[in-house]
Design a binder for this molecule. Structure first.
Ligand code: SF4
Ligand code: SF4
Length: 188
């Protein structure tokens, strides 16, 4: 099949693209010069000394909420692991000693390497026991195991953000995430 003929013949300057390249460079240099003299146009955030403020709706690291008596609000209903599309929540349920009808999570782990931060777990929880309102976005670790956030880690997470602990937290997450380890503080 024959190719369609071009409807317009390019002039010499157009076919060399020289003028267009020069116009592009002038435009780029104009922006560079404007930015140099107007620093507000390209303000940088000096992380980690300055942290970007996140909106209230930002879904950061999960935390587990406590009842006024200090126990976890979670009743191990299994709604969140059921709804989780990434299948990254693992809960082992136990019965309260003084009330067999009352359950609580013996362990509650979230594999943050698999989490997609959809927030379904928060939406599904009937007890407001899990939230993602920490605004923590530095979720990292040296090992895969440390990326599993445990119950103790998620209960104590906000302590790491208190002013007196803020520097330590920023330096090296004050509370280390870890899975089932014997030295975890008992949180019922
Ligand atoms: S945010 Fe979504 S993917 Fe992550 S634990 Fe909750 S339900 Fe699962
Ligand atoms: S966090 Fe909420 S939804 Fe998940 S098991 Fe506990 S009570 Fe149920």
């Amino acid at each position: 099949m024959a190719l369609p003929k071009p409807t317009k013949t390019l002039t010499l300057s157009e076919s060399s693209y020289l003028v267009e390249v020069l116009k592009g460079m002038v435009l780029t240099m104009g922006h560079v010069i404007k930015n140099i003299f107007d620093q507000d146009r390209f303000r940088t955030i000096e992380y980690p000394d300055v942290r970007k403020p996140m909106t209230a709706r930002y879904r950061g690291a999960h935390r587990l909420m406590l009842r006024p008596d200090g126990g976890v609000k979670c009743v191990a209903c299994m709604c969140c692991p059921t709804v989780c599309p990434a299948n990254c929540i693992t809960i082992v349920a136990g019965e309260a000693e003084n009330d067999p009808a009352e359950k609580f999570p013996v362990s509650f782990d979230i594999d943050m390497l698999r989490c997609i931060y959809c927030g379904f777990c928060v939406e599904a929880c009937p007890k407001d026991a899990i939230r993602m309102d920490t605004r923590i976005y530095e979720i990292n670790a040296y090992t895969r195991q440390d990326m599993v956030h445990s119950k103790a880690y998620m209960v104590n997470l906000m302590d790491g953000l208190k002013p007196e602990a803020g520097a330590a937290y920023r330096a090296d997450h004050a509370i280390k995430p870890h899975g089932h380890t014997p030295d975890e503080p008992p949180v019922a």
